[in-house]
Design a protein around this ligand. Structure first.
Ligand SMILES: [Zn+2]
Length: 391
């Protein structure tokens, strides 16, 4: 899969503002985002909300439709554009010059043979462009601040200040924290099931029939947060696609899990019958996004349908079965819904670091804890019921 990524694709993030096609493509992407939440985040938003099952995706759906206060695109600004163009030829923005922009007039960099390799040159150009864009953005934003104007988005992203080359340090840290919370939930689930609760005497397997499914769920959640952290630290097409793909995979899987648990599907054959078409669909969708077209609008619809379906399933199931811990589940839903408001009122980063999306990442931590707690309660309850039955 990795081999299929061309270098051009890899560097295209930084080429967007200067490339007509890429620009049109970006506009297409932004079409669905106009005046709303950045599309880049929407599917990931939904999936992560669902990831913790803090699922008021209706609100997310609403957010996609509502035209909210959104800054205009900073990369269309002529001052910014000319700054980047100038920087790419001179290698400097103001007094600051970038090592990666040192090319001689014929395009060949000074230095030994290996530094003249096409790949190395491409990489240098990419780095140069990224540095130019970043520093031109900072310059432009300083200028706008002096004029009393508010911040604007560049390439669909707010102007964040980098820390050690990390583009959104707070979101990265919070993604890692969420990953840790998922790991904690996953591990405590294993400890509960295999070390605290009794095992079936003959097979030494857990009484709870959904153990394996929740273990895979934990793994996919951690995978999703990992790629979220990578994407927030470096936005390139590759990290974006990996982040999207892992979010879609998690969302698709959690739908399968929701169906299997709420309908209490226990037989292998029945499980396969439920899972196979959904796995086929999600796999095709991921392949389509990665190798044919990263269609944000389509992806949004797919995520919404899968999201809404599982919210309804969990909410109805908890209510209808009078699950004793249903309040935890509903708290997660409400908490997730409130957190989602942060994404709707997407505001620019405070001091260049903390934006609404970062706060939203912070807000997912407690629902994640509650969600795993609900899963463990469910396992405990089901185990005790099965043991009572067996006696
Ligand atoms: Zn994020």
């Amino acid at each position: 899969m990795w081999g299929a990524w061309s270098f051009d694709e890899l560097i295209s993030c930084c080429r967007k503002p200067f490339d007509g096609n890429a620009d049109a493509k970006r506009k297409g992407r932004e079409g669905g985002r106009e005046g709303g939440l950045p599309l880049v985040y929407r599917c990931r938003l939904i999936s992560a909300v669902l990831n913790m099952e803090g699922v008021v995706v209706f609100i997310v759906a609403f957010s996609c439709l509502v035209g909210s206060l959104q800054a205009s695109s900073g990369d269309a600004d002529p001052h910014y554009k000319s700054c980047v163009e100038k920087c790419e030829t001179t290698g400097c923005v103001g007094d600051r010059c970038f090592q990666h922009c040192r090319f001689s007039s014929d395009g060949v960099v000074d230095g030994p043979w290996y530094m003249q390799e096409p790949l190395y040159l491409q990489w240098k150009k990419w780095d140069c462009r990224c540095d130019c864009q970043y520093h031109c953005m900072l310059e432009r934003e300083k200028e706008r601040e002096r004029l009393g104007q508010g911040p604007r988005k560049y390439n669909g992203k707010w102007p964040f200040k980098r820390v050690f080359g990390i583009q959104e340090p707070i979101s990265v840290a919070l993604s890692v924290f969420n990953l840790a919370m998922q790991f904690h939930g996953w591990l405590s689930f294993i400890v509960l099931l295999y070390y605290k609760l009794p095992l079936r005497p003959q097979t030494r397997k857990t009484y709870y029939e959904f153990t394996g499914l929740w273990l895979i769920y934990g793994f996919l959640s951690m995978n999703s947060w990992f790629w979220s952290a990578v994407f927030h630290s470096q936005y390139i097409d590759l990290t974006e696609k990996l982040d999207y793909s892992s979010a879609v995979a998690l969302l698709g899987y959690s739908l399968i899990l929701a169906i299997l648990r709420t309908f209490n599907v226990r037989g292998e054959a029945a499980r396969v019958m439920v899972a196979a078409p959904l796995i086929a669909f999600v796999t095709t969708h991921i392949l389509y996004l990665n190798f044919y077209k990263l269609d944000y609008g389509l992806n949004m619809k797919v995520c919404l349908i899968m999201g809404i379906a599982q919210i309804l399933l969990w909410a109805l199931w908890a209510g209808l079965t009078h699950h004793p811990k249903r309040f935890k589940l509903w708290a997660v839903v409400i908490g997730g819904g409130l957190a989602t408001l942060l994404e709707i009122y997407d505001f620019p980063p405070y001091k260049g670091y903390i934006d609404a999306h970062a706060l939203w990442h912070a807000a997912t931590v407690i629902p994640t804890y509650l969600w795993w707690s609900f899963i463990k309660d469910d396992a405990e309850l089901r185990t005790s019921n099965l043991i009572k039955k067996a006696m």
